[in-house]
Design a protein around this ligand. Sequence first.
Ligand code: TXA
Ligand code: MG
Length: 319
Amino acid sequence: MLLPATPAALRRAAAALRRGEPVGFPTETVYGLGANALDPAAVRRIFEAKGRPDDNPLIVHVTGLPMLRRLVLEVPAEVRALAARFWPGPLTIVLSKRRSVPDVVTAGLPTVAVRIPDHPVALALIEAAGVPIAAPSANRSGRPSPTRAAHVARDFPGLLVLDGGPARHGLESTVVALGDPPRVLRLGAVPVEELSRVLPGLVVATKARARAESPGMKHRHYAPARPLVLYRRSRAAALREALEADPRALLLCADADAPLFPGRSPVRLGGEPDEIAHRLFDALRTERRGSLLLAYAVEKRGLLRAVMDRLERAATRIV
Ligand code: TXA
Ligand code: MG
């Protein structure tokens, strides 16, 4: 059930959360499927509803540092610096958890991933519920993340969903672990270059390392309803041939690259990097008729690095 995020709808959603029921809600990155983070039974319902493997920990959303302090053993100086620059916003930080955080939230890890979302509805919902909210992206496990309330309603018929309009970033938060060196475990809406300014020595964890530290990274993600073949930027000619061979194939590319593939009207990713990030999951959920999705890679820099990460993980094959 889609409800515009009015004060009455917020009260209703907060009451549902307190009763242990799941709620779909908007954040600035993607829509979340929320549960009271301190109620293990409520959190288990999120895993069941998503069909999520139980070794994939959830992000806990809080309104501010006082609520955060109730969940973690300590708030290191780096966190205060990161918070000053990026919170509220699309940055998730992995910290040592207190016992009050149920194991089901963290998939048994000794750490908990936390962030302060930059969305008035998300903040008002946490405030009204009076508890931190554990929330993965509100898609069935393995599907593209939802950037609109309607995507959530489609994946979860019957779920109470607060509609806050299309997500501003359209790409999930960047997940970072502190330590020596600090590591990006998942690329996301805060580009690595920007994070490095606050966290000198920051490295992007290798795929193997990210999988070991952040179990969610090993699962299949973002799969569109049909196969997606991703062509590297050096393989434009191969992509042209594939398009000629299959007139029903749908082309997915950035606006600037469309002239490389004349005669096809692409599923558009847009122009500027933030527009491309914003449209990506919508494009993966395209309802246009056709056979395969054939995607042309974007350059791996800034925000587009995270876009490429998602495309690579969505792809059934990379050429
Ligand atoms: O933007 C976002 O982050 C969205 C919105 C709803 O906040 N949430 C989201 O959640 O993308 P989800 O569940 O789709 O992805 C959570 C990621 C996974 O890659 C998981 O492995 C990682 O965060 N994660 C969660 N807890 C962790 C922990 N304790 N240690 C390492 N990684 C963790
Ligand atoms: Mg997700």
